[in-house]
Write a protein that binds this ligand. Structure first.
Ligand code: NAD
Length: 474
């Protein structure tokens, strides 16, 4: 595969002020050196996006829709190649990477359909003195910042609605996984996106250089996906220019199993909710709360399924659990497990850090009490702490005992009980009897410190649109 490693500014692939190595976390070897942006390239990206904004906003929605549709088709046709690239730079196994690429492509298809359906409103005012017209206009130049855990899907979930809405962009991916983002930029170029509309930067000094971009008054929107910690910093920065922000932040998802749950289905759901992406998902189930009556059966079956997973480099045949994105991330996971065990957690399976250069950590199940520190952290890895509860109220209270509120999972055979729980769970999304509910056609996002705004669904395009009211004397 011909890897793209240059910056992309104003429709041209250009060099920057240096290079950044991208590693294969399964071996520790360098895959490529990607160009980094200096002050000059960051400023040029803003100039280009600003210069293209007016004409792009004026393009017919159908034209923008067709570009997205074409990008969807290219991505589907090249899905295997892209999945291999995702797996190499991120560490996840090929099947997870392929699943991500197909999911990522769907954002282009969904937003190609949304581009031509932006709603408006025309009404007589209640007093009859005027007509009320409501329309939606692109916000303008948008800075898109994405994390390493879904290098394809987090980029398309932002590029899709931005193109549909008519916004120009500056894309800044995570330094660990820029190659997938560059590939997607190449797809947008091939799909016919006009020059200047999408610009790619990888600043050599992330914080200070992006702060400068954010403070440029020509930048009008920030769409960020990443940790709550960095999100907080960016919300403060955004206050200076009253910048519109979308924040898709961290999670610490509870997985609640009631005493009437179908345990085999709950275990299958738990494997998906916990192990997709090796546990490195903002939606990953991180805290398992299981009713006492079924706790033993669930724990035994779940631990058996976890310990049966084949841990190997993501592109190896039959690999089911790949490497973490880096040694640093892997060591963080190991430290959390060690601390949990020290404070009373009982290991059921896993928990032993393997030797060697690959950033591997085994699938781990720990039985803990409700005060164990591991429950307070977003473990971005294959680790499942299990807590036993006695009543539904207690299970829900434990699930809600967190500053995060992205997604919650609940398993029960009684739909009424499931809906009641879903209404009581403090989360932007609730999965009932399902291990994965992410869908480009549904609103994705969190409450509490998991974020602001929604991506995907009918709401997604509105993160890139501003509402305008026009009052008319008739
Ligand atoms: P991170 O917050 O460390 O980094 C995210 C992005 O922000 C990267 O591109 C990084 O380079 C950039 N960044 C870091 N410091 C910055 C600064 N000072 N100014 C501007 N940009 C800065 O997150 P990560 O480790 O890449 O990803 C994991 C986190 O992302 C987890 O917390 C996970 O839950 C979250 N996440 C959330 C969602 C969601 O939709 N809610 C989806 C995926 C990941």
């Amino acid at each position: 595969m011909n890897l793209k490693t240059d910056l992309y500014i104003n429709g041209a692939w250009v060099k920057g002020n240096g290079t950044l190595p991208v590693y294969d976390p399964a071996t520790g070897s360098v895959i490529a050196e990607v160009q980094t942006a200096g002050e000059e390239e960051c400023a040029a990206a803003v100039d280009a996006a600003f210069a293209a904004q007016k004409s792009f906003a004026a393009t017919a929605p159908r034209v923008r829709a067709e570009i997205l549709r074409k990008a969807f088709e290219i991505m589907i046709a090249e899905a295997d190649d892209i999945a291999r690239l995702v797996s190499r730079e991120n560490g996840k196994v090929f099947s997870d990477a392929k699943g991500e690429v197909l999911y990522a492509a769907e954002f282009f298809r969904w937003f190609s359909e949304e581009a031509v359906r932006t709603p408006g409103d025309f009404r007589k005012s209640p007093s009859g003195d005027k007509r009320i017209l409501v329309t939606h206009q692109p916000i303008g130049v948008s800075l898109l910042i994405t994390p390493w855990n879904f290098p394809a899907a987090m980029a398309t979930r932002k590029i899709g609605p931005a193109v549909a809405a008519g916004c120009t962009m500056i894309l800044k991916p995570a330094g660990e996984t820029p190659l997938t983002a560059l590939y997607i930029v190449g797809i947008m170029e091939r799909a016919g996106l006009p020059k200047g509309v999408l610009n790619f930067i990888l600043p050599s000094k992330t914080g200070p250089m992006l702060s400068k971009v954010l403070h440029d008054p020509r930048v009008r929107n920030l769409s960020f996906t990443g940790s709550t910690e960095v999100g907080r910093v960016l919300i403060k920065e955004a206050a200076d220019t009253v910048l519109r922000t979308s924040m898709e932040l961290g999670g610490n998802a509870p997985f609640v199993v009631f005493d009437d749950a179908d345990i085999d289905a709950a275990v299958a759901g738990a494997m998906l909710a916990k192990m997709r992406n090796g546990g490195a998902a903002c939606t990953a189930a991180n805290r398992f709360f299981v009713a006492r009556k079924v706790a033993e059966e669930f724990t035994t079956k779940f631990a058996a399924a976890m310990s049966a997973l084949k841990m190997a480099p993501g592109l190896d045949d039959g690999a089911q659990l790949g490497a973490s994105v880096s040694m640093k991330e892997r060591n963080k996971i190991a430290e959390l497990v060690d601390a949990s065990v020290k404070s009373g957690g009982k290991l059921i399976t896993g928990g032993k850090t393997p030797e060697g250069d690959g950033a591997f950590y085994p699938a781990t199940v720990i039985s803990v009490d409700k005060n164990n520190e591991i429950l307070k952290n977003e473990v971005f890895g294959p680790v499942a702490p299990i807590v036993v509860f006695d009543t539904d109220e207690e299970g829900i209270a434990l699930a809600n005992d967190t500053d995060f509120g992205l997604i919650s999972y609940v398993f029960t055979e009684d739909l009424k009980r499931g809906i009641r729980a879903a209404e009581a769970l403090e989360a932007g999304m609730v999965a009932i009897n399902k291990g994965v509910i992410s869908d480009p056609a549904a609103p994705f996002g969190g409450v509490k410190q998991s974020g602001l705004g929604r991506e995907g669904g009918f709401a997604g395009i509105h993160e890139f649109l501003e509402t305008k009211y026009i009052g008319v004397e008739i």
